[in-house]
Design a protein around this ligand. Sequence first.
Ligand SMILES: Nc1ncnc2c1ncn2[C@@H]1O[C@H](COP(=O)(O)OP(=O)(O)OP(=O)(O)O)[C@@H](O)[C@H]1O
Length: 260
Amino acid sequence: MPLLSVEGLGIDFGGLRAVNDVGFGVEPGEIVSVIGPNGAGKTTLFNMISGAYRPARGKVSLDGEAVTGMAPNQLAERGLSRTFQNLQIFQKMSVLENVMTGRHLKARGSLVADLFSTPASRRRTAEARTVASGLLARVGLDRAADQQASSLSYGALKRLEIARALALEPRILLLDEPAAGCNAVETEEIDHLIADVAKSGVAILLVEHDMKMVMRISSHIVVLDRGEKIAEGKPEKVSRDPKVIEAYLGVQEGSGHALG
Ligand SMILES: Nc1ncnc2c1ncn2[C@@H]1O[C@H](COP(=O)(O)OP(=O)(O)OP(=O)(O)O)[C@@H](O)[C@H]1O
């Protein structure tokens, strides 16, 4: 049984079937990418899986448990963590503190204990600091730990956001355009980081426009067009699929989203 299982998922916006009858699974250690032309329904699908939208149809399961329509914090408690297309970093906090905030759900204790700084709350903070430091080393930001987040380059901020999502120790990580706005070097760093996280056994679901990156790192690709799944499979198979080529060619002019 896949760790994340999506079956017959769908939602409408007014009369528009934004996503319809989409299903797939993600196993631990796999990198599954969702691709498709602009407006295909990728972000909407992501929002339904991560609890931002309640699906009108279908089912989402995590490790066999039905989690359809659960709120993001309930999903986080069950091991689903996500990053956002528009960075959600606290710019005025230090790099280390940003990762520590990602740990709060995991290390949740009593507010009263924290207010009075009890030994238990001090222990939790120390533990969060240790975990956060380890994660910063993992994403190559250990030397920047005490800097204000606003001082980081864009690519480094993207890696910081991944470190913060990892602070929850997720079993599945949803990455929304992790390489958007990054240059080639930054994209490659993120590329390696994602592969490394997958290798540690975390399941990864990715929405990404950088087709070269998608083809390089995906174990499996799901292709959407106008809300429907039109193809899925290994990168080599999907990139040769006539339906996929047609969907992209149909919007290729000026969109810059050709299959790489
Ligand atoms: N909140 C909303 N209300 C109404 N329509 C929406 C809403 N969100 C998305 N849509 C519509 O649903 C369809 C799917 O949009 P979505 O943003 O999921 O596509 P996408 O594949 O992520 O596109 P892009 O590649 O441009 O990010 C589009 O036709 C879009 O206009």
